[in-house]
Design a protein around this ligand. Structure first.
Ligand code: BGC
Length: 417
């Protein structure tokens, strides 16, 4: 990198959230149900989250005030279609107000139509292996577009459809359908829903070929539904792409993970307008599979090595394999130490600048995440937020890292690190 780099004027500088992680009381969703089951894999229930559902006006004003130019958030399918075929006008109006608030503050809304959570009724109907799921998802996207489409800045269909394969590559959540009955949480879920355990297929935890086909079909059908309402709207999906590496003896594991997790999803993106890249670090394979982080390296709150350089590698990979514009739709660090986060963000942004300097079409950098929030199975312990939240008072306090990124958004110039 040269000493300083000027970002394109229309480059998006943003922060991201996902409905279930911030809104609170997402009671008709599959996650709400799974969080509360006996033997749940979730550390704690999401509850009120950070009450963004009611506080979105102040939250969006705060984000804009820090200097950001974009806000990525998700629509909650379980709110919009709480029962199959029943669409809530009131909830659609809620999201219309959220979008209007973004525009009032000059933020480009990057809207995700599905961020991990689905309506509970979908889980009972076969979830992300269900034969009707792609069509049902496209119908919901069409309804949402009819109501909200004119205000959407950029559309993301599915968030991290490939996450289950990343988890599988490191030995997590990869039961075959016929074995689900022996996993207590899936067995209990099946019993409560009155379905066979083999059909319990939530979005984040299902890494079968049937799920791959359903997700790809859902993405394609949703893209067509969105484009039918607004042909010029930029549409893509957002991928969990780790920088997959190997040490001696780990080449085969790495090649197969890279293929399964990154490349086949990037290849499937070639006909899209952009691909969202969401990278948090690297995944290194050795002769026995996943290689543990080297002794003494700094780790995040999940115990993984802190490796901000991974982002540059996955942007380059996306450019090479998909050959379409890239938007960094998530990138961030779980730490209590904001100085560590600041250093992480600097290196990551420097990597983006070096991709741009090489002529790669990167359209934005959207950090994960606006607020300390509900980190899925880990509960509220990991702190990814640029803005701290006191969950007893719901008071928001921007961290230094938020000011740093916000000021970059204003200056549009980064000094090399
Ligand atoms: C997801 C977010 C999540 C973040 C940090 C991504 O997998 O899209 O919802 O909170 O990573 O783990």
């Amino acid at each position: 990198m040269t000493d300083s780099f000027a970002f394109p004027h229309d480059f998006l500088w943003g922060v991201a959230t996902a409905a279930h992680q911030v809104e609170g009381n997402n009671v008709n969703s599959d996650c709400w149900f799974l969080e509360r089951l006996p033997g749940t894999i979730f550390a704690e229930p999401s509850g009120d989250a950070v009450d963004h559902y009611h506080r979105y006006r102040e939250d969006i004003a705060l984000i804009a005030g820090l200097g950001f130019t974009s806000y990525r958030f998700s629509l909650e399918w379980a709110r919009i279609e709480p029962e199959e075929g029943h669409f809530s006008e009131a909830e659609l109006n809620h999201y219309r107000r959220v979008l209007e608030t973004c525009h009032e503050h000059g933020l480009t809304p990057v809207v995700t139509f599905h961020h991990f959570t689905s309506p509970l009724w979908l889980l009972a109907a076969g979830g992300w292996e269900g034969p009707r799921t792609a069509g049902l998802f496209a119908r919901y996207c069409d309804r949402a577009m009819a109501h909200l489409g004119d205000l959407i800045g950029i559309a993301c269909t599915l968030n991290e459809p490939n996450l289950p394969w990343l988890l599988k590559s490191i030995g997590l959540f990869s039961e075959a359908p016929e074995d689900r009955g022996s996993v207590p949480v899936w067995a209990t879920a099946a019993e409560r829903l009155g379905v066979a355990a083999s059909t319990v297929a939530p979005f984040q935890f299902t890494a079968t070929e049937a799920a791959f086909d359903v997700k790809l079909a859902a993405h394609r059908a949703a893209t067509a539904a969105i484009k039918a309402r607004r042909p010029e709207l930029q549409v893509g999906w957002t991928l969990a792409n780790s920088d997959i590496q190997s040490i001696d003896g780990g080449q085969d594991f790495a090649d197969s993970a890279r293929r399964d997790v990154n490349e086949r999803f990037l290849e499937a993106s070639r006909s899209d307008d952009f691909v969202g890249i969401q990278t948090y670090g690297r995944t290194v394979f050795g002769p026995d599979g996943l290689a543990p982080a080297a002794e003494g390296v700094p780790t995040n709150q999940m115990g993984e090595e802190i490796y901000p350089q991974g982002l540059e590698a996955t942007i380059r990979e996306a450019h090479r394999v998909a050959g379409i514009p890239v938007i960094v739709t998530e990138n961030g660090l779980a730490t209590e130490d904001d100085t560590q986060r600041l250093a992480y963000l600097r290196t990551a942004v420097d990597g983006v600048a070096s991709c741009l300097a090489d002529g790669i079409d990167v359209r934005g950098y959207i950090a994960w995440t606006a607020f300390d929030n509900y980190e899925w199975i880990f509960g509220y312990r990991p702190k990814f937020g640029l803005i701290a939240v006191d969950r007893t008072t719901q008071e928001r306090t921007p961290k230094e890292s938020a000011r740093f990124l916000g000021s970059l958004a204003r200056a549009k110039v980064v000094e090399s690190v």
